[in-house]
Design a protein around this ligand. Structure first.
Ligand SMILES: Cc1ncc(COP(=O)(O)O)c(C=O)c1O
Length: 381
């Protein structure tokens, strides 16, 4: 049989692609899992009851294609209209949609009159996805999938946001078609000041997404900016604070023009029915979750104090995790030593954070075990 020349079945862009690496989900009996910023507490009993009640013959039907009831409830919560909200299969899906909707994969394109809303100026924006470094490591992957340029701008050495006046010098491009800002940030845990974000957004020509995945554990939130600026979107998720990683529900809030553009690009039934049920039931039980936030924040502060007392350099956190530089052993070695004791934390090999561990805040009992184990390993050195 004649040998046929190899056909390029896979796009070169995809062949070259480095996929996003999610945190491990190992099935090890007795493992304390502090590596993916999941919530240690289960969804509320009312949410579990609503889910169980929804599992019947209706599973044969398609869910509501626009998650209409959920958008209405969220609109009430955020004092806007359902047209200002789009729901996604987790906020990750919406971040990917944003790259497909707002960034044209060729060099330089004319953004329409959307940003202005009155048919006035036509601003030139660049086909670039930009973000601060370090922040959510999915962003460059999304830019690469979309085949557009990345612009990673370094944060200050202490992971604070550079002053607005110094941003251009650091390489921030106010003409980038899409800027993705994690606030509070991951993996640093640092919160950003809303007034500073407001000033940054005001200077930006392209779309700015403020990714507030961890905002329920923070002092401030920037939701008002999505309702103030026509080119700003705020991203939220039910995964972290609302214990619903498994169900995959996230949402964007912003100007109706941006939302309807995203809506054109998404899959028709992008949010599964049980996810919609769970998110709605969650919104019916917010006091339950607010108690959980307070509990996690209190544990976070206790663990920060304990680790600081052991000589670790712990960044002040506005999230449900800590970024901490350990003492006694290099961070990578701590990862292995803790794992041997059935405690799984996260270590990133990127140069900016390779000396640190990222530790999700677990339950009080889990964190007691964590601190006790750290103390033992350190004193046994
Ligand atoms: C900063 C940030 N944004 C978004 C997400 C994704 O959340 P979701 O579960 O809603 O897709 C994560 C998850 O780790 C995150 O860390």
């Amino acid at each position: 049989m004649a040998v046929r020349a190899q056909r390029p079945l896979i796009r070169p862009l995809v062949q070259r692609l480095h996929a996003y690496v999610p945190g491990e989900q190992p099935k090890i009996l007795g493992l304390i899992k502090l590596n993916t910023n999941e919530n240690p507490y289960p969804p509320s009993p009312k949410v579990l009851a609503a889910l169980k009640a929804a599992v019947d013959g209706r599973l044969r039907l398609y869910p509501n294609p626009t998650a209409a009831a959920l958008r209405e409830r969220l609109a009430k919560l955020h004092r806007c209209a359902p047209e200002n909200i789009i729901i996604g299969n987790g906020s990750d899906e919406l971040l990917a949609l944003a790259t497909r909707t707002f960034v044209e994969p060729k060099d330089g394109f004319l953004i329409s009159t959307l940003a202005d809303g009155r048919g006035r100026s036509v601003d030139l924006v660049k086909a670039t996805v930009q973000y601060f470094n370090p922040s959510y490591s999915l962003y460059p992957v999304l830019a690469n999938i979309a085949g557009v340029q990345c612009n990673a701008v370094p944060l200050n050495a202490d992971f604070t946001l550079p002053a607005l006046g110094s941003l251009s010098k650091k390489g921030w491009d106010f003409k980038a078609a899409l800027s993705l800002i994690t606030t509070p940030n991951a993996p640093s845990g640092r919160g950003y000041c809303t007034a500073e974000l407001d000033a940054l957004c005001a200077k930006s020509r392209g779309v700015v997404v403020l990714d507030e995945a961890y905002v329920d554990f923070a002092r401030e939130n920037a939701m008002a900016l999505a309702l103030k600026h026509p080119h700003v979107l705020v991203s939220r998720t039910f995964s972290k604070a609302y214990s619903l990683c498994f169900q995959r529900v996230g949402y964007f809030v912003g100007h109706a023009d941006l939302i309807s553009a995203l809506d054109k690009v998404r899959d028709s039934y992008n949010v599964n029915g049980l996810g919609q049920v769970a998110a709605l039931a969650t919104l019916d039980d917010l006091p339950h979750y607010r108690r959980n936030f307070r509990r996690i924040i209190a544990t976070r502060e206790l663990v920060t104090a304990e680790l600081t007392g052991l000589g670790w350099a712990v960044l002040p956190s506005q999230t449900n995790f800590l970024l901490a530089k350990p003492t006694s052993f290099p961070a990578e070695e701590w990862l292995a030593r803790l794992r041997a004791k059935k405690l799984l934390v996260r270590w990133f090999k990127y140069p900016e954070v390779r000396d640190y561990l990222r530790i999700t805040i677990g339950s009080e009992a889990e964190m007691e075990t964590f601190v006790r184990t750290v103390r033992q390993l350190q004193t046994a050195k």
